[in-house]
Design a protein around this ligand. Structure first.
Ligand code: HXC
Length: 288
């Protein structure tokens, strides 16, 4: 879905130079929401690096995004579960003395399953990518920025079940809760030394990678996408605009905070008297 087709009324509002001069590494930047963010950052003047497991996917994405910037999109094939390879990625990215100043922890692994059926390898597949992979990246990024006494920004993609939990995606919920705690903890530890941490909590943003793994039947997709206070799914362009704002200088005073962008999904039905929406005029008159 794009901003042209979404019935959201969304339009981009950030200035064209909002991220000029910035160097941003997006994990999982070759597909889905990572790609949507990478494209927007390019459009706002940033240099962009993307990493992911499949080099052909990264190369194609970089070529397609090439028209958006005079700077080529750099690609780093890496499996984030491999701490040694993550370290090598950052060694390469920082080799020219101009490594990324911003890290987007976007890459995640997830699938729906009854928890009692999960093997230890299944647990590892999700936790190792979604939590440990992000930790490896944040550590490799942060220690280099701190050593150089240079400022930095880390944006991590969480989701609301980091707070309230969720059945059938328990390892992912644990991983996202960990990522949220990392955001708040490192904000306190590294914030005073110039590294700013923020997070985003998206609701239903249909992407091929997520929907293939998380939505077993079309009618369930519709329920998932419309079950919020707006009655529609999110547009990746909306998420990308918010991400760009959060990492920009305009958000310099937002620190250790997670912003939810879910159309009010997690609030829907939570209000104690929300069921009174079923009352008709006659009921309200009688109540009065
Ligand atoms: C039960 C499963 C399973 C399933 C895999 N496994 N899929 N178990 N149900 N549906 C088990 C396997 O049997 C194996 O255990 C172990 O997990 C590892 O599986 P592999 O296929 O060997 O691993 P791998 O090839 O590394 O694949 C990892 C993956 C895959 C997580 C399974 O889906 C992946 O790479 N995904 C990355 C992209 C992604 O997931 N995007 C969605 C993120 S969306 P055994 O014991 O058999 O060896 C997201 C948003 C959430 O997070 C918020 C929504 C609102």
């Amino acid at each position: 879905m794009s901003s042209e087709t979404a019935p959201s009324g969304f339009r981009q509002v950030l200035r064209d130079d909002a991220l000029a001069g910035r160097r941003i590494l997006v994990t999982g930047g070759g597909t889905g929401l990572g790609r949507a963010m990478a494209e927007r950052f390019l459009g706002l003047g940033a240099r962009v690096m993307i990493c992911g497991r499949r080099s052909e996917v990264l190369e194609r994405a970089a070529a397609e995004m090439g028209t958006l910037s005079t700077h080529p999109v750099e690609t780093f094939p890496v499996d984030l579960r491999d701490a040694g390879r993550v370290e090598a990625l950052f060694e390469t990215a920082f080799a020219d003395g101009e490594g990324p100043d911003t890290l987007i922890n976007n890459a995640a692994a997830n699938f729906v399953a009854r928890s009692e059926t999960l093997s230890h390898r299944a647990l590892d597949a999700i936790i190792d990518t979604s939590l440990k992979g992000a930790l490896y990246c944040t550590s490799a990024f942060g220690k280099r920025r701190l050593a150089a006494q240079a400022p930095g920004t880390v944006l991590s993609i969480i989701t609301s079940y980091a707070w309230h939990g969720s059945p059938y995606v328990v390892p992912s919920a644990i991983a996202k809760a960990g990522l949220l705690t990392m955001t708040r903890s490192l904000a306190q530890e590294w914030g005073p030394r110039g590294i700013r941490f923020v997070a985003l909590s998206p609701g239903a943003f249909p992407t091929k990678g997520a929907w293939e793994r998380l939505v077993p039947r079309p009618e369930l997709a519709r329920r998932h996408e419309t079950g919020n206070l707006t009655g529609r799914p999110g547009d990746p362009a909306e998420l990308a605009e918010l991400a760009a704002f959060l990492i920009s200088d305009a958000a310099a005073y937002i620190h250790g905070e997670c912003v939810t962008i879910d159309g009010g999904r997690w609030l829907k039905g939570v209000g104690t008297f929300g069921h009174l929406g079923a009352l008709d005029e006659e009921d309200w008159t009688a109540m009065r």
